[in-house]
Design a protein around this ligand. Structure first.
Ligand code: FA5
Length: 340
């Protein structure tokens, strides 16, 4: 067996040294070392070797296999060097020409800002949650203190589905769902798409993004809420932005506020995005209404909370000074490529 191996080694050495190209070399590699290769075949005879001789024979097998492997590697290197040298001799080859540039994609600005908002809130100990886009009337309205005949339903025109389901008009149903899932105190944000049966214009889409935030604890106050909103906006815009707080009505918070931001597209002088008012409605918020805490299964005498529903699509527009919301879902890759 040792003689057979030594003969194979000599034969392989000569064949490898004479291999004219990579294809021939690859064929030799398979022929000697492959599953059905000559060396592998010899190895199968190991079972017939006397036990006392096995260590010595085994050593030779390993040596021969290693030698063939390194002969192949050396030949491969020299073939490659010869190929490059030949290329350099070719007068039509210009090594200074730029190579093909890979096409690099870009994350959509909504994704980028969503991730940024998530990062800011995670650093403040908030959980990141995800809730269904198809909701029931109960989660989307009733449990948020908006009964069937409540005029506040008109504030959010709804896409109704079969079987009493609907496309969620806001991310607020997550307030009830999270209260049902987590024992207080807890804090969470839930970003996502929302849908409204609305006429679209420069600042209104039928499908847009919101991020809801909810903090449930004992003795929560408006001061906690304002501090968190300021931290968020400071981090997102990376500069001072002018905001104003006004009373706002939402059946699920009491008191409720509208936090507006000075329009970053026109700087406050008036444009189509801010409807020539200089301000953009961005961040409705307030203290969670006791009825909503009850619907979520919490005792309002013990627990309190704040919530906000950030208009994420509008935030993206303000951050990047995008003058029309329809660009966001327009599917034009030239638009997305600008946010690389
Ligand atoms: C709500 O959706 C409430 N759920 C927010 C809330 C949550 C209030 C928690 C209090 C506590 P509103 O309908 O105002 O509120 O929408 C919230 C934000 O979404 C708006 O400030 C605005 O920035 C954005 N928005 C509303 N409608 C559209 C639309 N058609 N296109 C794009 N953005 C919109």
């Amino acid at each position: 067996m040792i003689d057979r191996l030594e003969a194979l080694r000599a034969e392989a050495d000569a064949a490898i040294a004479g291999a004219p190209d990579e294809a021939a070399l690859r064929e030799l590699e398979v022929g000697y070392l492959g599953k059905k290769g000559a060396i592998t075949e010899v190895l199968k005879g190991m079972k017939d070797v006397a036990p006392a001789d096995r260590p010595r024979v085994g050593q030779v097998v390993n040596e021969v296999r290693g030698a063939v492997e390194s002969a192949i590697a050396r030949r491969r290197e020299s073939l490659e060097a010869a190929r490059i040298a030949a290329l350099c001799e070719d007068p039509t080859f210009d090594a200074t020409l730029p190579g093909p540039v890979p096409r690099v994609g870009a994350l959509h600005p909504v994704t980028q800002v969503t991730w940024h908002v998530e990062e800011v809130f995670r650093a403040m100990g908030f959980m990141l949650l995800d809730y269904p886009e198809v909701e029931t009337d109960w989660y989307n309205f009733q449990a948020l203190n908006i009964p069937a005949d409540h005029p506040a339903r008109d504030m959010q025109d709804t896409f109704w589905l079969e079987g009493g389901h609907l496309l969620r008009t806001h991310t607020s149903p997550g307030q009830i769902r999270s209260m049902q899932s987590f024992a207080p105190p807890f804090r969470a944000i839930f970003p996502g798409r929302v849908f409204r049966y609305e006429r679209i214009d420069a600042s209104h889409e039928h499908t847009f993004h919101q991020v809801e935030g909810l903090m449930i604890d004992r003795d929560i106050s408006v001061a906690n809420l304002i501090h968190s909103m300021k931290t968020l906006l400071g981090a997102i815009f990376e500069r001072e932005v002018t905001v104003r707080l006004r009373p706002g009505y939402f059946p699920f918070v009491e008191p409720g506020f509208e936090l507006d931001i000075q329009c970053q597209v026109c700087g406050g002088s008036g444009c189509s995005v801010c409807k020539h008012s200089g301000w953009v409605e961005l961040l409705p918020c307030g203290l969670v209404h006791p009825n909503v805490l009850r619907f979520g299964g919490l005792d309002p005498d013990e627990w309190s909370g704040w919530a906000f529903g950030l208009g994420l699509s509008r935030l993206v527009m303000m951050k990047y000074q995008i003058e029309d919301i329809r660009h966001l879902a327009g599917g034009d890759l030239r638009f997305v490529a600008q946010f690389r």
